[in-house]
Design a protein around this ligand. Structure first.
Ligand code: 1CP
Length: 337
């Protein structure tokens, strides 16, 4: 399947790399003026994601600016509910608003119909993988984790504002979880077939779940998705943001690499986890001065000196970030010996 691959994949496979691999979550979007220019002319965010010409352009924008090792497709985890007919609006400063969930329709919709809605994403991958700027680099496809998608589908808005506790007792809970898993697999397979060299699973709301519930909502479904992705011959990076026990998560879910948030002490991770690690640094550091940025980046690099490590942040690049700080960070990491 994969025509392209880069040093992130090498690092995950345990190979020595010529420099520390680096890319950023949310590297395509919000903080880049060239993105905001396209966005201002395309007020419907979902339509923008589903425009393969424009989404390809946005996907490669950060590669034109920075010496980074991967592109991540410009898309969104909420395109899975969208593909099942649960429509979404993005309101300025309010985040996503999802329609009511119509379970009967969601269970009924045939695979062909789901994939037809997602098809522009596969065109985006196919076209991007052919771009010269991608040669020697990875092209990262992604999905939201089952739990995080489940949260959005039932909460119908960001749980950052408030989480409706009824979601745990939703009457069709188990069938909905199985349905999400089914579509995640369809979507991952198509991404791989169209050029994704790696898959990342974003479990942005993993930290909301109590210890008692994590087996059912996080471990079991994610383990299944990880196994499925591996069976396609592609490595998978998991980002269970703010999960209480990263070690247990890695032991149970068995991702090829683990992406860590900025609340966990990286020393504990390097001591207890032996699979490749990604990320960790607080994105807010990029809002400060260069000296602090360099110091903090070096702290992570030193801690993971003898560990397979992919430089990234502990969450996405913030919208107010100055792109020149991102460039400075990339240079700092690439010059690190
Ligand atoms: O208004 C705008 O301009 C849209 C802002 C935006 C962008 C640029 C949204 C809305 N999504 C995206 C792109 C996006 N989303 C990417 C591709 C770009 C890249 O990473 O470089 C990716 C990987 C995502 C993933 C995503 N979407 C996550 C997981 C990562 C994370 O940040 O935790 C989540 C939770 C979403 C949902 C989402 N999409 C957009 C918003 C505002 C939200 C809600 C966030 C929330 O609930 O607070």
């Amino acid at each position: 399947y994969n025509l392209i691959m880069g040093i992130i994949k090498d690092c995950i496979k345990g190979k020595k790399t010529s420099s520390i691999p680096i890319w950023f979550m949310r590297q395509a979007g919000r903080y880049l003026p060239e993105f905001r220019e396209i966005r201002s002319k395309n007020t419907n965010f979902i339509n923008l994601c589903l425009n393969p010409q424009l989404s390809k352009e946005i996907t490669i924008q950060p590669l034109k600016r920075f010496n980074i090792d991967a592109a991540i497709i410009f898309s969104d985890i909420l395109l899975i509910p969208y593909s099942l007919g649960q429509y979404i609006k993005f309101e300025k400063d309010l985040g996503p608003k999802l329609d009511d969930l119509n379970f009967e329709n969601i269970i009924k919709s045939p695979d062909e119909e789901i994939l037809k809605k997602l098809n522009p994403i596969y065109d985006l991958l196919k076209n991007t993988s052919k771009e010269k700027i991608l040669s020697g680099k990875d092209l990262i496809g992604f999905v939201g984790a089952t739990w995080t998608i489940y949260v959005y589908m039932l909460n119908k808005k960001s749980p950052k504002k408030s989480l409706n506790n009824d979601i745990y007792n939703y009457p069709n809970r188990d069938d909905l979880i199985q349905r999400i898993i089914h579509v995640q697999k369809l979507h991952i397979k198509k991404q791989v077939e169209n050029g994704a060299s790696l898959i990342q699973i974003f479990d942005s709301w993993a930290g909301l779940l109590s210890e008692k519930k994590k087996n059912q909502f996080i471990y079991e479904p994610t383990k299944e998705i990880v196994e499925f992705t591996k069976s396609l011959g592609v490595e998978v990076i998991c980002f269970p943001r703010n999960i209480q026990n990263y070690k247990e998560y890695c032991d149970v879910v068995k991702p090829n690499a683990i992406s860590i948030d900025y609340n966990i002490d990286p020393k504990i991770i390097s001591k207890h986890i032996d699979i490749p690690v990604q990320g960790g640094m607080d994105p807010k550091i990029l809002l400060g001065d260069k000296e602090t940025l360099k110091k903090e980046a070096k702290r992570y690099l030193d801690i993971f000196k003898n560990h397979a490590y992919i430089f990234n942040l502990g969450h996405g690049v913030l919208p107010e970030t100055d792109p020149s700080m991102v460039d400075y960070l990339v240079k700092t990491v690439k010059e690190y010996k």
